[in-house]
Design a protein around this ligand. Structure first.
Ligand code: FO1
Length: 306
């Protein structure tokens, strides 16, 4: 059983690679739900949906989020109504949020709802939300507190970030199955995701870091920073604004209390000794995934490390 902690578009690429090499019952993904937002009374789970849509090969390949070939009539009608339309919900994507919200209101847990949506899409993995409670991430910025989607989408990552805030995270518990999966895993992989808004919320759930320290499985993290930049999204900008050096070493430092192996991109091989100095093993692999072949090759090389 392989367990992957994941959030965002970069993670979904690696997960697609894993899903081509592992049977669905051997891949458990713990998905970030800190990105979740409630809009128009609907619960929207961007990272869970990106993972679900990517692994069932229904993702919009241009954007990395939403459904391929989707239409946007509803968001256009919202615009005509003068309603907020900065968060572009596709019409078929909307069905996912309508159904999820309806099932949640009927008393089903997010874990149960996620399993039903994955079953409907034929998603070839077990996808667990990190927690069943609603713990949206906010960012304290120079423009006040912004929901992570307001920051990412409406403000296009421009505001200067002073701190992430994981709302209600102290009262959250790992979702059913999360503790067991980590304890019984043969290998645990932190996907190349933003350490503050994609992996951070998962690690902030009380007990999760301890689970990663306790497990017999080797714990790997794939760098989200290559050279001095993030391949996707604001991870590099956030590292700098939160006072960290713009380097993979800074990310390794965030995980070192539970991490065994840090996976560095080949172009950063000169940082190997520095990261080993943190007490971590280091491997250097080509971590940049452009084609499906790259995703499978990276997944294969990572599985061979176990
Ligand atoms: N990202 C955007 O940049 N613009 C959007 O309008 C947008 C809409 C959207 C709708 C549903 C969904 O599941 C994701 C969506 N995203 C959009 C992506 C999302 O903001 C980020 O990909 C994740 O939250 C990053 O982890």
């Amino acid at each position: 059983m392989i367990v992957a902690l994941a959030g965002g578009i970069g993670a979904a690429k690696l997960l697609l690679g894993f899903s081509k090499l592992l049977p669905p019952n051997q891949l458990t993904v713990i998905g970030n739900t800190g990105d979740d937002i409630e809009l128009f009374g609907l619960r929207i789970c961007p990272d869970l949906d990106t993972i679900t849509y990517t692994l069932s090969e229904k993702i919009n390949p241009e954007t990395g989020w939403g459904l391929q070939d989707d239409s946007f009539e509803c968001v256009r009608a919202l615009q005509d109504l003068g309603a907020p339309s900065w968060f572009r919900l596709g019409d078929r994507d909307l069905a996912t949020h309508l159904w999820r919200t309806s099932l949640l209101q009927q008393g089903h847990s997010l874990t149960q709802v996620t399993a039903r949506i994955c079953e409907a899409f034929g998603t070839p993995c077990r996808l667990l939300p990190m927690t069943d409670s609603y713990t949206p991430t906010y960012l304290v910025t120079e423009q006040g507190e912004l929901h992570v989607q307001e920051y990412l989408v409406r403000e296009k990552c421009r505001p200067l970030v002073r701190a992430p805030k994981y709302l209600n995270i102290k009262e959250a518990q790992p979702a059913p199955g999360v503790a067991d999966a980590i304890a019984k895993a043969e290998g645990v992989f932190l996907c190349p995701s933003n350490p503050f808004i994609s992996i951070g919320p998962i690690l902030a759930i009380p007990g999760v870091r301890e689970l990663l320290i306790q497990t017999e499985a080797p714990v790997f993290a794939v760098t989200p920073i290559v050279g001095r930049r993030a391949l996707k999204g604001p991870a590099a900008k956030m590292l700098a604004e939160l006072g960290y050096p713009l380097s993979p070493t800074a990310v390794a430092g965030l995980y070192k209390d539970f991490l065994n192996v840090f996976v560095l991109d080949e172009q950063d091989r000169q940082l190997r000794a520095e990261i080993e100095g943190l007490g971590l093993k280091v491997v250097t692999i080509n971590t940049i995934m452009s084609s499906i072949g790259d995703k499978i090759d990276l997944a294969r090389e990572l599985l061979e490390l176990i």
